[in-house]
Design a protein around this ligand. Structure first.
Ligand SMILES: CC(C)(COP(=O)(O)OP(=O)(O)OC[C@H]1O[C@@H](n2cnc3c(N)ncnc32)[C@H](O)[C@@H]1OP(=O)(O)O)[C@@H](O)C(=O)NCCC(=O)NCCS
Length: 200
């Protein structure tokens, strides 16, 4: 990152926001990933050692939101919708078109939703006001999430678990489980002894 917080290889002319911490060994492909970023927290995003975010990754983070990306975690084009907290652990691997959302943002009531659509049309930033309580998402260490999957508010995906492509994860996933489908269900279990738990 340059002293003005731009990226020398970037096609997009924007800068990385001041309250985003990027480890000097991490890779951010483009500052466009922060086009929807509005966090006002002291540190709204932290990207760890050796971690990477590639083209297509979008930090859609509201004023109170905070996203952390652990060491050597890799996000290959996910949309992270965050009004509270999305914590992604070390060595997590998140494939393309994955959506992690800790909030639905819009009201369930049809009349309220119509009013919000009317209001957003006149807002300068054209973003929805949070309408439902956000519930943090935790993606633990060494998790692998397949492409086109969706992780809903409040979900914790346990260490070493695998989420199959195009899954909708509606509830917690136990450590070392392989889940798939909509809603995602356990299809088999991995052996913790043979994997991540042996590594410090
Ligand atoms: C989840 C995954 C890893 C499981 O692989 P696997 O353990 O070899 O699973 P199998 O192919 O033996 O399938 C086991 C069962 O789960 C089902 N299944 C597997 N993946 C599924 C998926 N993504 N969605 C729904 N069902 C799935 C299979 O149909 C099979 O069902 P059956 O027992 O009724 O026949 C793999 O299917 C997958 O989705 N990989 C995605 C990888 C990816 O996104 N890569 C992007 C690059 S990072």
């Amino acid at each position: 990152m340059t002293p003005t917080r731009t990226l020398s290889w970037d096609w997009y002319p924007g800068a990385i926001p001041d309250n985003v911490t990027v480890d000097e060994t991490a890779f951010v492909e483009t500052a466009f990933s922060f086009f929807l970023y509005r966090s006002e927290r002291p540190e709204g995003v932290r990207i760890g050692r050796g971690a990477s975010t590639y083209l297509g990754t979008m930090f859609d983070v509201g004023a109170r939101g905070r996203v952390t990306l652990g060491d050597y975690a890799l996000v290959h084009g996910a949309r992270i919708v965050c009004d509270a907290e999305v914590a992604i652990g070390d060595y997590a691997l998140i494939s393309w078109n994955v959506v992690l959302m800790d909030t639905y943002r819009l009201p369930f009531d049809a009349t309220e939703r119509r009013r919000e659509l009317e209001r957003v049309a006149w807002r300068k930033q054209r973003v929805f006001a949070p309408a439902s309580e956000a519930r943090p998402i935790h993606v633990e260490r060494n998790v692998w999430i397949g492409f086109d999957s969706c992780v809903l508010p409040g979900v914790r995906i346990g260490r070493g678990a695998v989420v199959g492509a195009r899954s909708v994860v509606t509830e917690d996933v136990p450590p070392y489980a392989v889940v798939a489908g909509n809603p995602a269900r356990v299809i088999r279990r991995l052996d913790p002894e043979g994997g991540d738990d042996r590594v410090p």
